[in-house]
Design a binder for this molecule. Structure first.
Ligand SMILES: [Zn+2]
Length: 139
């Protein structure tokens, strides 16, 4: 698979099921799927509910609030664009709605990031794509 770069940033590979997610991000809205049969959050996007098999998946707007579930700080970026922002932290956010989103976690000092720390959604432009990025709540 060919990765497309814009301004040095790799652009996401957009799977058809996730297309509404990428589109909503361009309007700075974070969305996720919710199953209206079993009421569970579904992430990553599917055509059928992975919990109960129902086809009644709907797109909902996320609150943007969550907690750090796991993280890793990258000291040397894999490409020039990433190297320029290193050190940076990525990890899983346990979202208030009950799903886990992989994202960048922003902090003035990476050592301030802790498991369980509350984080708040922000947005960042990377090439043509607007992406979610989380900051420590109240910082
Ligand atoms: Zn379901």
């Amino acid at each position: 698979m060919e990765i497309k770069y814009v301004d040095g940033w790799p652009q996401p590979y957009r799977l058809p099921d996730a297309e509404p997610y990428w589109k909503a991000l361009q309007s700075r809205q974070l969305t996720y799927q919710k199953c209206h049969a079993c009421n569970d959050a579904v992430w990553p996007p599917h055509s059928l509910c992975p919990h109960c098999g129902a086809e009644s998946l709907q797109w909902e707007q996320a609150s943007g609030r969550g907690r750090v579930y796991s993280y890793s700080t990258v000291l040397r970026g894999p490409t020039a664009a990433w190297a320029e922002i290193a050190p940076y932290t990525v990890g899983f956010i346990e979202m208030e709605e009950g799903y886990y989103l992989f994202s960048q976690i922003n902090a003035a000092a990476p050592e301030d990031i802790k498991i369980g720390a509350p984080v708040t959604l922000e947005f960042i432009e990377r090439g043509e794509q607007i992406l979610p990025i989380f900051s420590l709540t109240g910082s």
